[in-house]
Design a protein around this ligand. Sequence first.
Ligand code: NAP
Ligand code: 3JN
Length: 334
Amino acid sequence: MSSYNVAVVGASGAVGREMVKVLAERDFPVKNLRLLATERSAGTEISFKGEKLVVEVTKPGVFHNIDIALFSAGSGPSREIAPMAVKEGAIVIDNSNAFRMEDNVPLVVPEINPEDILDHQGIIANPNCSTIQMVVALKPIYDEVGIKRIIVSTYQAVSGTGKKAIDELNKQVEQYLKGEKLEASVYPYQIAFNVLPHIDVFEENGYTLEEMKMVRETRKILHDPKIAVTATAARVPVFYGHSEAVNIETVKKISVDRVKELLTAAEGVKVVDDPENLLYPLALMSEEDDDVLVGRLREDISVEKGISMWIVGNNLRKGAALNAVQIAERLIQA
Ligand code: NAP
Ligand code: 3JN
């Protein structure tokens, strides 16, 4: 089997570190792994398959000889650095919002639209974590009976904001227990013991950008510009695992039993739905499970063709690092 020179840009961050782990766990055929970030973390050592690799500064020339570059450094750095990486010969799999909606950039969830990978012109985009877990769970239903409208409310873990937000929640809990004043710097308000109905910036239509990412990305991934999606995204004081209350209106009627059958057979999905035994998806479960967990399945009593459910996913793995590595796996098979 061929092996590949791989770079991880943003390697010292929450997603980048997970990318390095996932590459090792899945035994991705890596010839050489180059870890890139900024001067801030240059020199940091990160283990890969028992070897200590050193984080280097991302600068012109670093992508010569790189076959695949996994980016998780944020939209600004991606916009600046990804075109340079492509010019230097790498194929970029980008985790940021920078290129997701560009026409010449495939937006890929391998369980859903792997064929779109073939249309890339150097950059392939990874969707937002909240979109990924939702579409993985909804696609089997979409294929069977069609979906007209999706109403989703998210309960997103602080790890979605990165390492500094994990540190801030830890610190605020500590300050609370010591009876000290809680200091907030990552979010506009205290996140410990609170819920913030605000993720990313507000847009002119009153939605936040995180909410609109779910609308736009779902349409692009499903190749369905007409599907109606409305989202409310909230940040909750949970470290890992995004939860979502999702309600769909289908085109044709479908029973809950049939939905369970479809989801049980679906790739990357696990049905966790036994309310009598108090079994339903929990954010904590996603720390140990790469599948998208679906439960609380029930017929919506307020419309004729509606289904409600609770969806949980590991935001740093299937929501980011794992999905990106799965794209790389499909890319090298293509
Ligand atoms: P993080 O923990 O704050 O890490 C940011 C990483 O980017 C660090 O390694 C940082 O390096 C590096 N970086 C920042 N500016 C850079 C630059 N100009 N050049 C090279 N590296 C740079 O954040 P995170 O949670 O890992 O998230 C990083 C990004 O991934 C997000 O901004 C977002 O775009 C994307 N993301 C996507 C999803 C998704 O939904 N698919 C989920 C989470 C994150 P230093 O350590 O040197 O500062
Ligand atoms: O907040 C979350 O739970 C997911 C965060 C995603 C994110 C965070 C900072 C910048 C993104 C993203 O993936 O859309 C970005 C961005 O790339 O703009």
